[in-house]
Structures are given as structure tokens and as C-alpha cells.
Design a binder for this molecule. Structure first.
Ligand code: S3P
Length: 428
């Protein structure tokens, strides 16, 4: 575990960053490349640890994958080209890998076992395995199937209609991936709209999917065809620099090639509602839309964040909490219980770590209350092995007055391996 002193008391951030590839879309580019027929090429693939875990799992399923830097080529042979793995599939820290793979493996007539790191071992899996069991897969795991290790013997699936009890793109995606291999039709009914990258990928790979409001439907037995995937920059990574630019004095940062899928842009809505000086330029339509963002030092006001916007910014809540410490007035975050089952319990880790930096912030059962106009002191903080907590604390340090030491800094490479290089480039 590495501990590092962070850059503090910064007087300005200026420059331009090309945001690395989107994590959710990079995972799916490998998965869809593997289950499609023919060759898939990927550009701007995110080389974060999580996406590398996805590649390693699919290689163990017999899929040939070349990857060099941000380019990947997948030689897919369809769902039926996947082979029984002779080793366990290790997903590392990646919830997306395990949950979406469970959907794929549920339809495969062979045995496989999935494991992950300590954090994965605490994350709930019955939210995915329950609907997959009702499609007909045999799945079991520790603690009545709730936790890893999880084993699957798939095949012979029949389509279902399933109402999601939690707003989760991972669960929706797992059911759709199983549904593509099932007899008949599979319908997922969402409670709030979650990220729709899987739906877009199915279409991009030549498949059909019907989306009608909160109902998403696929027919089983479709053949997907290999294609090219241009991965947009990850808005969840851009979020750290959007907030840094807004809260550090004399700043102006241009963030290039940011994915602007409307199911992910809750952070932009929040920044605007809080009064941030944010511009969107060079918008481009594609299977995943993109644009450039320009953020300048802003005067902000506190707001309440709740309801259907929550899934559109769920991964940005740690950095929004920091943003709120610099706003005029109180910010309240509600309806965000899901934070408790992320890489860490993000209500607890955000509140405790920011308190160590002298912030007045309180946890609630479904979110947090953050007081504004605060001066941050300094101290020793920890990522707790959670990449987004690590990056949030590195941005917090920029406005701290005293030394800040960050423990377990290496977690950041899960989603943003060159985060510190990018930060450094804005300082010089
Ligand atoms: C993801 C979905 C979200 C998000 C995670 C990535 C995805 O999780 O928090 O970082 O790629 O589908 P849930 O679907 O569990 O909310």
C-alpha cells in the first residue's frame, strides 16, 4: 500500500486534457466483441485495471484478444465460440465485469467460477443471480449465492419479464445479455432510467432491441456482428477535473472528447444548477455522443440532489460532495442508498475522509448533507482501495491549506491510470 503527499494550496489550474476512454463502454466493447461473430476493433480503449480484468476473463473463455495501449482487437466467434474455462475467472475490483459476465455465462452450457478482490467479495450478487435463475441458469455462491466465489452452469434459458427492484445498469445489462441467448422475448422494466450503453451496443453490433420508456425488450437467438467501437472519454473521469476547475481559483480547463450520453450527464446538470461556469462545445453525434467541456472557476450555490437524476450521476457523488463544500449554502443528497454497495460504502468513506480534512458533512440513511463555504485543512486520508474516493481526495487536496497524505493511492489505476500526469499538466 503506497502513501503519497498530494499537491496542496494550488493557485490555478490551466490547460487541456484529452479524457481517457469510458470504463463502462470499454468493458462492453470487449464483451460484445467476444459474443459477436467476426472481428471487432476498439479505439480509445481504457487501459484501467478493471477493463484489463475483462480482457483476461474473456481470454480464459478462449477468445483471442489483442490489446496494445488504447487499441484492442477481438476475434469473436459468437456466444457459441466461448469455451469452458479451465481456471477461475478473476474479475479483480470490477463489479461491471462480474455482473455482465454472469449474464453471458448464464446462457453457456458449461461450468465456470468467478472470483474477485476483497471489495468484490462484499458486493451483492443476488440482484443479478435471482433474475438469471428465473431465466433457467444454475448459479450458486457463498452465503446463499450473495457473494463470490460464484459458480455458473448455464444454458437452456427462457425469456422472462423482470421488474428491477434497484436502479442498476449492471443488472439490466446482465438480464439483456442472458435474454439474447434465451428462447423468446426478455423484458426488463426499470424504475429509473440507468445508463443505456448495453442497449446502444446491441444496436451497434447489428442486433435489435426495443426501448419504450422504462421497458427494454430483446428477442433471443439474435446474431451480433463484429464492428468498430470508438470509445468516448469517460464523463465520470472528466468529473474530477470539472470540479477541480470549478473550485480552484483562477482556473480554466478544457476537457476534450467527453462522452455525453444523456443517461450519464447528471454531473453537468448539477454543475449548471449550482451556477458553475461550464460550456459544452464541439458536440458530435455518434452511437455514443461526445463533446468538449470548458470549466472555469465558479461561484456556486448549494442544491438538493434527489430522485431520477441519481442513477445519472451515481459514480460522481463523491466528487459532488467535495464541490458542495465550496458552494454557498447547504447541499443535500437523497435517494442514493446504492452508494453503500459500491467499491466501498461511499456514504461512509466520503463523509469520514472529508471530515479528516476538516469538512462539516453528515451522513444520512440515503445520502449526505454537506455544508458550504468551507475551508479545508489537511491530514492523512485513505482511498480505502476505492478509485473514485482516491481521486476525490486528490482534488480536495488542491484547496487544502496543510499537508495531505493519501494512503492506498494505487487504487486510482482502476479507472484512470494517468490521472496524476493529467493533473500535473494543469499545474505547470
Ligand atoms: C456501471 C453501472 C453502475 C456504475 C458502475 C458501472 C455499468 O452500477 O455505478 O460504475 O458499467 O453498467 P450499477 O448498475 O450497479 O448502478
Amino acid at each position: 500500500m503506497k502513501t503519497t503527499s498530494l499537491q496542496i494550496n494550488v493557485d490555478k489550474l490551466q490547460g487541456q486534457i484529452v479524457i481517457p476512454g469510458d470504463k463502462s463502454i470499454s468493458h462492453r466493447s470487449i464483451m460484445f466483441g467476444a459474443i459477436a461473430n467476426g472481428t471487432t476493433t476498439v479505439s480509445n480503449f481504457l487501459t484501467g485495471d478493471d477493463c484489463l480484468s475483462t480482457i483476461s476473463c474473456f481470454r480464459k473463455l478462449g477468445v483471442e484478444i489483442e490489446q496494445e495501449g488504447d487499441k484492442a482487437t477481438i476475434y469473436g466467434k459468437g456466444f457459441s465460440g466461448l469455451q469452458e474455462p479451465s481456471e477461475v475467472l478473476d474479475v479483480g475490483n470490477s463489479g461491471t465485469t462480474i455482473r455482465l459476465m454472469l449474464g453471458i455465462l448464464a446462457g453457456r452450457p458449461f461450468f465456470s467460477t468467478l472470483i474477485g478482490d476483497q471489495s468484490i467479495g462484499k458486493r451483492p450478487m443476488t440482484r443479478v443471480t435471482k433474475p438469471l435463475l428465473s431465466l433457467g441458469a444454475k448459479i450458486d455462491g457463498r452465503n446463499d449465492g450473495e457473494y463470490t466465489p460464484i459458480s455458473v452452469r448455464g444454458g437452456n434459458l427462457e425469456g422472462i419479464e423482470y421488474e428491477l427492484p434497484v436502479a442498476s445498469a449492471q443488472v439490466k445489462s446482465a438480464i439483456l445479455l442472458a435474454g439474447l441467448q434465451a428462447k423468446g422475448e426478455t423484458t426488463v422494466l426499470e424504475s429509473s432510467k440507468t445508463r443505456d450503453h448495453t442497449e446502444r451496443m446491441i444496436r451497434h453490433f447489428g442486433g435489435e432491441i426495443q426501448v419504450d420508456g422504462l421497458a427494454v425488450k430483446v428477442q433471443g437467438g439474435q446474431e451480433l456482428k463484429g464492428t468498430h467501437v470508438q470509445v468516448p472519454g469517460d464523463i465520470s473521469s472528466a468529473a474530477f477535473f470539472l470540479v477541480a476547475g470549478a473550485i480552484v481559483s483562477n482556473s480554466e480547463i478544457i476537457l476534450k472528447n467527453v462522452g455525453l450520453n444523456p443517461t450519464r450527464t447528471g454531473i453537468i446538470d448539477v454543475l449548471k444548477e449550482m451556477g458553475a461556469d461550464l460550456q459544452i462545445v464541439n458536440e458530435k453525434a455518434a452511437f455514443e455522443p461526445t463533446g468538449d467541456l470548458i470549466i472555469k472557476t465558479s461561484s456556486l450555490k448549494g442544491i438538493t440532489i434527489e430522485g431520477s437524476i441519481i442513477p445519472r450521476l451515481i459514480d460522481e457523488i463523491p466528487i459532488i460532495a467535495l464541490l458542495a463544500t465550496q458552494a454557498d449554502g447547504v447541499t443535500i443528497i437523497k435517494d442514493a442508498e446504492e452508494l453503500k454497495v459500491k467499491e466501498t460504502n461511499r456514504i461512509d468513506t466520503v463523509v469520514h475522509e472529508l471530515q479528516k480534512l476538516g469538512v462539516k458533512i453528515e451522513s444520512t440513511n440515503d445520502g449526505m448533507i454537506i455544508y458550504g463555504n468551507q475551508e479545508l485543512t489537511g491530514g492523512t486520508v485513505s482511498s480505502h482501495g476505492d478509485h473514485r474516493i482516491g481521486m476525490m481526495l486528490a482534488v480536495a487536496a488542491l484547496i487544502c491549506e496543510k499537508e495531505v497524505r493519501l494512503e492506498n493511492i494505487e487504487a486510482i489505476s482502476v479507472s484512470y491510470p494517468n490521472f496524476f500526469e493529467h493533473l500535473q499538466s494543469l499545474l505547470s
